[in-house]
Design a protein around this ligand. Structure first.
Ligand SMILES: *Cc1c(COP(=O)(O)O)cnc(C)c1O
Length: 370
């Protein structure tokens, strides 16, 4: 049997009885949008994040977009304002900025942590810069103390893209609790995954939370009174019910991911495979375990021949995507090199010790092409 990259079916099968009972509760309730399940999940997720407010939305991209739109309607952001973003992120971070009439300013990452490099942020700040959007890439917290200090000095908003970082903590604070607001995704493959699309924003700011709550629902807090030109992007009752079940297990799941990562780091010792660098164990929620190799494609093919499914996150950087053809800064050599070298090994809460050892053995038997 192959070692799959991530077995979402097995992840949910562990909770099948509870998930089915929760689904039955929603079906029988006759209430499917913005009801008790969403309200309860918002309260539970906010508490888990250590924040007073969470607002459920349709997906992680919309969570980012709605934070930016909310700040626009609050007068904190205006058309053409610049947002600093890591160059090596999933394209959703960029799409959220450009969809909101804002300008992404891509900054090269720290090639050890893959995260925004605080030392490069200040050089990217110009007269139109209004916000920084750190992305906790692969599940590891960006250097939030340094980033929030820079933001404070320059009067910038900090909007965390925490879509990969459920469960990462720094001095007891969870991802999402460092910036002015944060966006989470509950796409099925994320550390906390729904059985469909879902997302949430979290914040300590009641005004922002209420504005996002209005914007996700046609700009309305009261039926047929529309204060803003909102959208329809609501977390639905069924997904909220699924997430309430799965939230109970996310800490244990992240613990299992950490144990797998520890084993990989202890056991994979190969001149052509660079292991990820971890600033502190609890800061990494190991959404992905990403190694680097100058022979990435050969390594991926070798693993595949051994029955081990590895994936690339991501093969092409946002600034090189056809969607942004020529419209973004393109002197991003570190980012481009990372995209040629990164490879994500299997990791997840249902990967057992036997599977882990097969991944280790497959890596150790790699011979680089000469
Ligand atoms: C998954 C992801 C998103 C978008 O989430 P969706 O729910 O898929 O829209 C945004 N940013 C990052 C870094 C992601 O990994």
């Amino acid at each position: 049997m192959d070692v799959s990259f991530l077995d979402v079916r097995a992840i949910n099968a562990r909770h099948a009885d509870e998930l089915k009972a929760a689904a039955a509760r929603v079906i029988d309730s006759g209430w499917y949008v913005l009801g008790e399940e969403v309200a309860a999940f918002e309260a539970e997720f906010a508490q888990w994040c250590g924040l007073p407010h969470a607002v459920g939305v349709g997906n992680g991209l919309d969570a980012l977009v709605l934070i930016l739109r909310a700040y626009r309607t609050l007068g904190r952001l205006a058309e053409g304002d610049e947002v600093i973003v890591p160059a090596n992120t999933f394209i959703a971070s960029f799409l959220a900025i450009t969809q909101s009439g804002l300008v992404p300013v891509a900054v090269e990452p720290d090639t050890q942590t893959f995260n925004l490099d605080p030392a490069r942020i200040e050089a990217a700040i110009g007269p139109r810069t209004r916000a920084i959007m750190p992305v906790h890439l692969y599940g590891q917290l960006a250097d939030m103390p340094a980033i929030t200090a820079i933001a404070r000095r320059h009067g910038l908003l900090v909007i965390e893209d925490a879509a990969q970082a459920h469960g990462a903590t720094w001095s007891g604070r969870r991802a999402g609790a460092f910036g002015d607001a944060a966006a989470f995704s509950f796409f099925p493959a994320k550390n906390l995954g729904a059985l469909g699309d879902g997302g949430a924003i979290v914040t300590a700011d009641p005004v922002l939370a209420q504005r996002v709550a209005a914007l996700r629902n046609y700009g309305s807090l009261e039926k047929y009174r529309h204060l803003y030109q909102g959208v329809n992007s609501r977390l639905d009752e069924m997904q909220a019910a699924m997430l309430r079940v799965k939230l109970k297990y996310v800490d244990a799941d992240v613990d299992r991911r950490r144990a797998i990562a520890r084993r990989y780091i202890a056991a994979i010792d190969h001149p052509d495979i660079a292991l990820p660098s971890v600033s502190a164990e609890e800061r990494h929620a190991w959404h992905l375990f990403v190694v680097r190799s100058a022979h990435r494609d050969a390594l991926q093919a070798h693993l595949r021949a051994q029955g081990v499914h590895a994936q690339v996150h991501y093969p092409v950087a946002p600034h090189q995507q056809p969607a942004y053809a020529g419209s973004l800064r393109d002197d991003l050599r570190l980012t481009e090199r990372l995209h040629d070298e990164v490879l994500s090994l299997p990791i997840g809460p249902t990967l057992d010790d036997h599977g882990v050892e097969r991944v280790v053995a497959a890596c150790m038997s790699f011979r680089s092409p000469t």
